[in-house]
Design a protein around this ligand. Structure first.
Ligand SMILES: Nc1ncnc2c1ncn2[C@@H]1O[C@H](COP(=O)(O)OP(=O)(O)OP(=O)(O)O)[C@@H](O)[C@H]1O
Length: 289
């Protein structure tokens, strides 16, 4: 008699720290079943109680920046959760964290992210591999604003990259004449960044990078010309080229053009850029446009 024994797939436990809206948005509940088939056990970590009691974990994936943002806004409960997470990481250095808070925190600020990206662009083996739009940082949206050495159109963003809803509210500025209108969109003493608008014919390539693997998506974006101030939420950009979902400021190319564009995406330089950024930023999962 022949006995065939099938070796069970080794199960690794991944602890996930995401707020309920992110779990919904990323459909992590549904991903649980798929993960199981891949030998992964997804566990949603509850930061309201001891993380040790919820062990074991082989890896923890988190979006602590959301909790950090609320903590900075004075939420005491979120502060406790944040501290619980940091203490846990210190006490259990053998558990891999995606990504360590030390490395993630640099990305909370658009200025430090910008500086790292500029540094990466200047030190790449292949020079001119990527271009970081020229940017000027100001402590508020009116100081020296007319004198800044930047060409228009430009885009004005908050220096804080995440943590609050406002971090994602941005404004397109067609020319210097419109700078006065920014007061309606930003608090007077809010640090901002003015960045030159890079014409991209209304089409963006979103690149997501996870542990060496590249995923690209084509998304609608702003047309090259706009004649008034445009305030928008970067989290609510349309995901498809459907004419009904894009505004008149957005491109509305037809399906055949999109598939042509997708085919034209050259993955090799993108992979090089992602590798360089990963070395520079020290994070495993990130995205860029
Ligand atoms: N310098 C620029 N030139 C042209 N378009 C830009 C520029 N900066 C941003 N955009 C447009 O605004 C969108 C959002 O900007 P950006 O990607 O910088 O925000 P983010 O901080 O990465 O996003 P989020 O707020 O969602 O985290 C881009 O996807 C692009 O459509």
């Amino acid at each position: 008699m022949t006995v065939i024994s099938s070796t069970p797939t080794p199960i690794k436990t991944i602890g996930l720290i995401f707020n309920p809206s992110k779990i919904k948005q990323l459909r992590l509940d549904r991903a649980k079943e798929y993960a199981r088939q891949c030998g992964l056990n997804f566990v949603f970590i509850d930061l309201e109680r001891s993380i040790e009691e919820q062990m074991p974990f082989d890896l923890i994936v988190h979006k602590m920046s959301d909790i950090h943002g609320k903590m900075l806004n004075g939420d005491v409960n979120e502060k406790l959760k944040f501290e619980r997470f940091l203490n846990f990481c210190t006490k259990h250095p053998h558990i891999k964290i995606l990504d360590p808070w030390e490395n993630v925190k640099v990305l909370l600020d658009r200025k430090s992210t910008y500086e790292m990206c500029v540094h990466a662009s200047e030190t790449t083996i292949v020079k001119n591999l990527f271009h970081v739009p020229k940017s000027v940082f100001l402590n508020n949206n009116q100081d020296n604003i007319k004198k800044m050495n930047i060409s228009f159109p430009a885009i004005c963003k908050r220096q804080k990259a995440c943590g609050t809803g406002e971090s994602h509210l941005m404004v397109l500025v067609p020319s210097k004449d419109y700078l006065v209108e920014l007061q309606q969109h930003f608090e007077l003493n809010e640090p901002v960044i003015f960045q030159e608008f890079i014409e991209h014919d209304g089409v963006l390539i979103k690149v997501y990078f996870a542990d060496g693997q590249l995923f690209t998506f084509t998304r609608p974006s702003f047309k090259n010309k706009f004649n008034s101030i445009v305030a928008f939420n970067s989290q609510k950009m349309p995901k498809s080229f459907d004419n009904n979902k894009t505004s008149t400021l957005m491109s509305s190319v037809i399906n055949t053009d999109i598939s042509m564009m997708k085919n034209q995406v050259n993955h090799d330089p993108l992979q090089d850029i992602a590798n360089h950024l990963q070395n520079q930023l020290g994070v495993t999962m990130f995205g860029f446009d």
